[in-house]
Design a protein around this ligand. Structure first.
Ligand code: CA
Length: 226
């Protein structure tokens, strides 16, 4: 069955351009130009991935995302204007899985979409065991992280980052290695995205539970030690 993608973007030229490319790649595509309508469609649960513009009539993209995240963990890629750093940070804070800056190369967008879909679909059959570290446990098949009894809410990207670190315990992973494994070799964005996501993980794990799981190796990268 083809993957279904929803484009929420009010610039019709951009939306049509993306739609044509995605259909050409074999995706099924819906699009809408209004935030409210977009949220309603996104909440229907029939989409495998959402492309979400920020400046939208009706309801802006960040608000659409905030409301959507109350009920859905569908992968969301934000479409942001050039240099709108605050939008990127807010979007990631609100649970966006990725963002792409306009104008973008279609190949880059396609790569991000493939990655978003891959993390969503996973490959549960091949990787069903739990990864643990002290009271922390990560179930690949159930896509859940627990600390003791507590369920920890992570975005798809945070989950994959934590999984990668747990799978390579005691091995220092460089930013580039993490970029490749978590964001894909064709990731074209800023490399400090790794640091940003490490901070998110720490704020959800270390700060909440008073533990220190992810160690920084200065000038090299990050590691989880036994
Ligand atoms: Ca717009």
């Amino acid at each position: 069955m083809p993957c279904k993608i929803l484009i929420i973007e009010d610039e019709e030229k951009i939306a049509r351009f993306i739609e044509l490319e995605l259909v050409h790649e074999g995706y099924e595509v819906d699009k809408c130009t209004d935030g409210r309508e977009g949220l309603e469609k996104a909440e229907s649960g029939i989409y495998d991935l959402i492309l979400l513009d920020i400046m939208l009539p009706g309801l802006n993209g960040l608000e659409v995302l905030r409301r959507l995240r109350k009920t859905s963990s569908v992968p969301v890629i934000m479409l942001t204007a050039r240099d709108a750093v605050m939008d990127k940070v807010s979007g990631l804070d609100l649970g966006a899985d990725d963002y792409i800056t306009k104008p973008f190369a279609i190949e880059e967008l396609l790569a991000r979409i493939r990655l978003g879909l891959r993390h969503n679909g996973g490959n549960a059959a091949q990787q069903s065991e739990d990864l643990t570290h002290g009271a922390l446990s990560l179930s690949v098949s159930r896509h859940e992280v627990h600390y003791g009894e507590d369920l920890i809410e992570l975005t798809a990207r945070e989950f994959t980052l934590l999984q990668t670190l747990l799978e390579n315990k005691n091995i220092v992973l460089s930013r580039n290695t993490l970029l490749e494994r978590v964001w894909g070799y064709d990731y074209m964005g800023e490399t400090n995205v790794v640091d940003v996501y490490i901070r998110y993980l720490r704020s959800k794990l270390d700060d909440v539970y008073g533990i220190h799981i992810i160690h920084t190796v200065r000038g090299v990268g990050y590691v989880i030690k036994d």
